[in-house]
Structures are given as C-alpha cells and as structure tokens.
Design a protein around this ligand. Sequence first.
Ligand code: NAI
Length: 377
Amino acid sequence: MAKLKWGMIGGGEGSQIGPAHRLGALADGRFEFVAGALDHRPDVGREYAQRLGLAADRAYGDWQEMLAGEKDRSDRINLVTVATPNSTHFEITKAFLEAGFNVLCEKPMTMTVEEGEEIQKIAAKSDAICAVNYCYSAYPMVRQARDMVRLGEIGKVRLVVTNFSHGHHGDATDADNPRVRWRYDPAMAGVSGQFADCGIHALHMASFIVGDEVETLSADFASTIPSRELEDDAMVNFRMSGGTVGRLWTSSVAIGRQHGFEIQIFGETGGLRWASEQPNQLIYTPVGGRTQIIEKGEGGLHPDAQRLSRVAIAHPEGFPLAVANIYCDLADAIAGETRDGLPTAEAGLRSMAAVHAAVRSAKENGAWVDARPPMFR
Ligand code: NAI
C-alpha cells in the first residue's frame, strides 16, 4: 500500500508537541513526511525541515507558502497537521480545509465559538476530514473503558470525576518567565488559561467515554498567582445529556503533580479508573466485587483496545503511541473506513463552547450556564 503524504505546520525544533507528532505519524509506516513550515522564523523552519529530511522545495518558510506550493501538486500532501500556538489554528485550518486538505489540528481548535462553528460548517460540507488532537482518547485502555460503558458493563453512568492538574506553573518567582506568562495573558491565550489548556482534555474524555455531550456547567476560576489575569486553577461542575453528573478539577499550580490526568467513571453496577501516568492499566470494580486490573495487550479486550495495543503485554506504551493511534485512525478514515473514535471538528467546537461557558459562569459566581454551541442547541 502506498504511503500517504504528510505535512506539518509548527512543531519546530524545541517545541513541546512537534516530536510526538513526528513519532506518531511515522510509527506505523502509513505516512511519509514530505512537507513542512515548522517554525515562526522562516529560515529556521526551512533549515530544520531539511535536517529532518524534507526536500528543499517542500521545506517552506510559512504556511501560506506551503498552501500555495502544495495545492496544485499532483503528489500533494494527504494530511496536514497544525501544531502552532492556539491563536493561529483557525486561519490555518480553515485555509487548508477550504483547499480540500485533510487536517489534524491541535487543541484548542479555535479561540472563539463563532470560529469553531465556521470550521464545523466547512468540515460538514467538505469531503476533507478535520480532526482535533484529543490524543488521550486514543490510549488503548481509554478505548476499552469507552466500550465497557457502551456495552453496559458498568450499568448506566451516574457520575464522572476527572482532573488534569500539574504544578509546573506553581512557582511565583517564575511567573514572569515569557514561556509561562503568555498562557495567562488574554492577548496571547484568549479568554481562558488552564481550563482551555488542560481542562478541555478532561472534559472531552468525559464525553468520549460516557458517550453523552456536556449540556450545562458551573465554574469557579481562580488566579492563585495574583499577577495572572487568567485562571491557573478551575473547578467545573457539569451535567451531561444523559443526566450524568460531572466534576472536573484542573490546575497548573498543583506542585508535586507532574501530569495528573485521571478519570473515574461510576456506573450503577461498577466503576472504572484510568490515569495518564499509568496508561496501560484500567482499574475496574464491579459492584460488590473485587477490584481488577485490566492490562493493555491482554486477551479478551474489546476490539478497539485490542487493535490499538501494539506492543506485547507488560511492555509500556506511552504518549507518542497514543498520538500514533490518532494517525492510524486518520489513515483508515482517509482510506474510507469509519473510525468513530477519531475526535472531529465537532469535538473541537464543543470544547470551545464549554470554555466560553465556563468563563461566563465564573464571572457570574458559578451560575449554571448552557455549555452547548449555539448550532447544537
Ligand atoms: P511551542 O511553543 O513549544 O511550539 C510551537 C512551535 O510552532 C514552534 O516551533 C514555533 O516556531 C512554531 N510556530 C509558531 N507560529 C508558527 C507559524 N505561524 N507557522 C509555523 N510555525 C509556527 O508550543 P507547543 O507546546 O508545542 O504547542 C503547540 C500546540 O499544541 C498548542 O496549540 C498546544 O495547545 C498544543 N498541544 C497539545 C498537546 C496535546 O496533548 N494534544 C500537548 C502540548 C501542546
């Protein structure tokens, strides 16, 4: 089977997420890396792209040059990844989608709900795929949890409790470091800091596993380091379309926590727990029974978890292979297969609506507000 051609915007040398995309996209031999505009400094981006093996004529200086260079080629890219800072996602994703390219956009997909609705409308009308990189949803044991819920193995879900909290911005003496400060500056980060950065992964995961959408929410935001305009800590209560109660805590000042993303699903006949720091295990407790550890790669997993477990049982798989699972689903979807686990523009839009709803609620002392995008009310 011929490899699909892949290009990347952002993710330059030293970026946080760039290497995970390159490892993920190339892990299964489904894609080859042929084009890129990798850095906000054109010359630096061109030089790095060629060091990564791209031909000089496809090592572009910026995304506009890349779009112009790729769109009329007979061997144009089949997929472009947008891994630039948040405020650029909308214009780049829109331009490539409108030119008929399949796009994988980093989260958050846009800065406003209106932009999110525009992308959703373009994607709905187009044959091109627009996916959003909610990569935690592609861990095999998250897929196992989703299928256990779908198949009724823990009964109707009553409650979801999730948190995504780290302490890497907890040092007040480092708050003015430019790499940290922009995340809490509305001019650079938009309306929300920590909730838009990490909270939306947790909220997406709740919907992904439970299978229902977030309808209403009530938020409490805090800037625990007073110089910060945007929140560095948030507690969000929510209700889902099926009546499930949701509780979410996200923080960047939780010193001692490295990457604490955890979700617990409590149903009428059992409970599940998954944590990103132990991603190969799903903890399952049937009502009245003993707690069990379900391992990635073991026999008897549901098919999606089986399909996405690549390395033998007991050998750890991690973040880049979860990203690789997103690329596998994308390669299948480009080939015409249905992959309902793939996070789409709709998920990106729903996150943006929830972010803006949470900001509104926090300003109104935690009032309950509608968290749905206007077009889905
Ligand atoms: P970063 O600041 O570490 O790197 C950004 C890269 O994009 C740099 O190489 C920079 O030169 C390049 N860049 C900036 N503007 C550009 C432009 N206009 N054209 C081409 N290149 C440009 O940022 P980081 O942490 O890698 O984040 C990038 C995106 O990925 C963000 O939207 C972030 O929210 C998302 N992200 C997602 C994660 C996930 O788990 N899905 C994890 C970490 C980040």
